[in-house]
Design a protein. Structure first.
Length: 508
């Protein structure tokens, strides 16, 4: 592409949100759309398969963003894998299709995200999906993203599902992506094509429209700065093939770089906490102290049992999911605990877990963290990764939620329904110090959010239509705009955010 080309819209990032924005904006042949991706094309077979993507964690398609040392995790630094490839993190994630709770979006609405209640976002969730369970008032079948329930039948565990029902959970085959998911158990749903391939943002939303002559996609294009005339975004600067280039817009720039890289790009461009920008000799375009603040992430905790049933190795990471409100008085709150279960060691995880296939795995996920961290610039050099401090377990409530998770797993294991499986607790072990175990073993499950949040308070970065406060022609659309992280995996909410962003831009 020639330098200084002009477009109507420029989208930075091709992940779960950016690819949808590009798809929707380019539907009108009069819209000239440029999609810029810092990573290479996604032609590697592992990236597009159901089982091989874990082999790319830590590889050349991964940003490998390491946190600062975390006091709450015993001083450990955690690597948060993020996709640096066409398709972004939709090429590295575990394919789980989870919308979150309806309470999540009503909370956003209450926090100043006008027009983001569950009723508002539901049509966009329906619009993006093709659900194998059929259409109803909560589910859609006309969207591009294929959704399969219980992809690998060997991964669905009747003993686990029935054990949860024995303890009073709704199930055993609940659709947790329908009206609600509170205290529900059911088989996992996955973003997998009918042909058994990864249903990434590229497969679903970009590859089918690459024939559009008004859509340009550039890979290996690292955006270094948003360009301004006064307070209006007029384009971007980027590096490609070792050359500095610029592209200009007549309408808008949409940043979809993710929770770490979107605030980084804003700060490099002069939008963020003024003192922090000046410390890096970056001219201030807009003093927005919330850029990079409000960082949230889900933690996961593995709990291992010996299994008395030999199950064939499964292709998906887990096959069963449970949501729970762990404290009394949470009737109008999202579940704070997500528990997923695999009856064996799944083949994608086998290289990472030093256990034989004769174990079963519970993975407890802190779904509603109270701890907040931040993202900051390491330097004014666009090639430097940002400084990421999630402040994991900085609030004791988060620790106690994971303690409750271990206790719940023990209750499930002690049920009559699970007796045929229960071969005894291996990790953490019945005599373990649970708080010490959690601080030593908890890790990210790759759901960072919140660093450019929607709102009207002093730390809000974008307004309810995702426009950056005080700036014209610039929006952010990705997990960073979430005021609070959803109580579930974030890939599908990000896809919804992309669809909603495009609707705002198009005035729909």
């Amino acid at each position: 592409m020639k330098t200084n080309a002009k477009f109507d819209y420029i989208i930075v990032g091709s992940g779960a949100s950016g690819a949808v924005v590009a798809n929707r904006l380019s539907q009108n042949p009069d819209n000239r759309v440029l999609l810029l991706e810092s990573g290479p094309p996604n032609e590697h077979e592992d990236l597009n398969s159901v089982t091989g993507f874990t082999r790319q964690w830590g590889g050349s398609f991964d940003w490998k963003i390491a946190t600062t040392e975390q006091p709450g995790l015993g001083g450990r630094s955690i690597v948060i894998n993020q996709g640096n490839v066409l398709g972004g993190s939709t090429m590295l994630h575990a394919l789980m299709y989870v919308r979150g709770s309806h309470h999540d979006y009503d909370l956003w609405n209450a926090l100043g995200a006008d027009g983001w209640s569950y009723t508002d976002v539901l049509p966009h969730f329906k619009a993006i999906e093709n659900f194998d369970g059929g259409a109803n008032q909560y589910r859609g079948v006309d969207g591009e993203l294929n959704v399969i329930t219980g992809y690998d039948p060997n991964s669905i565990s009747e003993p686990f599902l029935n054990a949860a029902v024995e303890l009073g959970f709704e199930g055993p085959y609940g659709d947790y992506n329908a009206a609600s998911n509170e205290n529900m158990v059911g088989p996992l749903q996955f973003s997998i094509t009918k042909e058994g391939r990864r249903a990434s943002s590229i497969q679903a939303f970009l590859r089918p429209v690459l024939h559009r002559t008004n859509l340009s996609v550039e890979t290996g294009a690292l955006v270094t700065k948003v360009l301004f005339e006064g307070k209006r975004a007029i384009g971007v600067a980027y590096v490609q093939d070792g050359q500095e280039r610029q592209a200009f817009v007549e309408r808008e720039v949409v940043i979809s770089g993710g929770t770490f890289l979107s605030p980084k790009l804003l700060m490099l461009s002069g939008i963020g906490p003024a003192d922090h920008l000046r410390a890096h000799s970056i001219p201030v375009v807009a003093d927005l102290p919330g850029v990079g603040a409000n960082l949230q992430d889900h933690l996961q905790l593995p709990i291992i049992y010996n299994s008395k049933i030999q199950v064939p190795t499964t292709q998906t990471l887990c096959g069963n999911i449970l949501f729970k409100q762990t404290r009394p008085g949470m009737a109008a709150a999202s579940p704070d605990l997500q528990l997923i279960f695999s009856p064996t060691v799944p083949s994608p995880l086998a290289p990472f877990l030093p256990f034989p296939p004769t174990v079963c795995i519970f993975i407890a996920i802190l779904a509603r963290p109270f701890s907040r961290g931040e993202v900051r610039l390491r330097s004014a050099n666009p090639l430097d990764l940002p400084v990421v401090n999630p402040n994991y377990l900085g609030v004791d409530t988060d620790l106690q939620t994971l303690v409750s998770a271990v206790k719940l797993v023990r209750e499930l294991a002690a049920t009559k329904a699970f007796a045929e499986v229960n071969g005894g607790e291996v990790v953490p072990g019945e005599a373990a110090d649970l708080e010490g175990f959690i601080r030593a073993q908890a890790s990210t499950i790759w759901h960072p959010a919140g660093t450019c949040k929607i709102g009207r308070d002093a730390l809000a970065v974008v307004d309810p239509q995702l426009r950056v406060h005080g700036i014209e022609g610039l929006r952010v659309a990705d997990a960073s705009v979430m005021p609070t992280v959803t109580a579930g995996n974030t890939n599908v909410p990000c896809t919804m955010i992309g669809d909603r962003a495009a609707a705002f831009i198009l005035g729909q």
